[in-house]
Design a protein around this ligand. Structure first.
Ligand code: AMP
Ligand code: ZN
Ligand code: FE
Ligand code: FE
Length: 287
């Protein structure tokens, strides 16, 4: 099937919480008509090489990216960082720290789930993740296969959601730190699925002040009205309107890869927002 979009700037593989190997993800994108794909696995760039190798013969350009999930009082603030370098060792140090925190959080949640009587094991969760950056999706998959929930998605509503007793907050970056980290390493940050932010209009100018360059206007669950609202915010704050499927290949979360219409001009517009890495000034750590 040919999807409606040749551009998809938000996809996940097994290197984090998606279900497909990076090469299989790229083949699926190509089959759906995608020509520019950002591989945006959480807290890792480890799938980029494999994605580029698969994409080149298929005519799919891979944009190296990551999605940084933050912890703050602003709800779910996820920062997409585009045009990052998988060979940047200092960046990899920070990403490894974030992945280690993910691992500890999942261990704690497994302990809580066991205490609550759910028969899942850390061993099985690690097996399901196949070495990818750990997250709640791996817990949801384990809970589903063990028969504790009727569907994968239901786990997020009933057992591992923010209000559930098994939930453990993440240790990681604040939204401002995530934007700064991307800029410090020469990347271009965009605010993912802004509908999950609490206090968007208060937070947005602060993110812009730190270097935010985009906002994900085109996203599966957005109504036409919400998309128009995001496009208006993009115009007001001089942000590039980005978009993507957030395809994971697990449950109903996200769209089919290539199935969210993203204007092709968003790609050169994002590229035009690149600026030199800013490691020296960010090391001062002001604010
Ligand atoms: P984590 O970063 O470990 O807290 O997990 C966040 C990830 O869980 C997101 O990137 C999605 O892949 C997935 N997720 C979050 N909420 C839901 C939901 N309600 N239904 C399905 N998947 C979800
Ligand atoms: Zn995810
Ligand atoms: Fe996200
Ligand atoms: Fe995502």
């Amino acid at each position: 099937m040919i999807g409606p979009s040749t551009v998809d700037l938000h996809t996940h593989s097994l290197r984090s919480d998606g279900a497909l190997q990076p090469a299989d993800l790229v083949r699926r994108a190509a089959a759906n008509g995608v020509r520019v794909q950002a591989l945006s696995d959480h807290d890792t760039l480890s799938g980029i090489g494999e994605a580029i190798a698969a994409g080149t013969p298929l005519g799919v350009r891979i944009i190296p990216a990551t999605e940084l999930n933050t912890e703050s009082e602003w709800g779910d603030v996820h920062i997409l960082g585009y045009f990052l370098d998988p060979a940047d060792a200092a960046l990899e140090d920070r990403l490894r720290w974030l992945r280690e925190n993910r691992g500890r959080r999942v261990e704690l949640m497994v302990e809580r789930l066991q205490a609550l009587g759910y028969g899942i094991t850390l061993e099985r969760v690690l097996e399901l993740a196949q070495g990818g950056a750990l997250g709640r999706p791996h817990l949801a998959t384990a809970l589903f296969e063990a028969g504790h929930v009727p569907t994968y998605d239901a786990a997020f509503d009933t057992i591992i959601g923010k209000d559930s007793p098994a939930y453990v907050a993440r240790v990681g970056l604040t939204p401002l730190e995530a934007v700064e980290l991307v800029r410090a390493h020469g990347g271009v940050p965009s605010l993912a699925h802004p509908g999950t932010v609490v206090g968007l209009e208060e937070l947005l100018p602060r993110l812009v002040d730190r270097g935010l360059a985009g906002i994900e206007c085109h996203y599966d669950v957005h109504t036409a009205e919400y998309t128009a609202y995001c496009l208006d915010l993009a115009a007001r704050y001089d942000l590039v309107a980005t978009g993507g499927s957030d395809f994971h290949g697990r449950g109903e979360h996200g769209a089919e890869i290539g199935n969210v219409p993203v204007p092709p001009e968003s790609v050169p517009a994002l590229e035009a927002r690149r600026r030199p890495a800013n490691i020296a000034s960010s090391a001062l750590g002001e604010g």
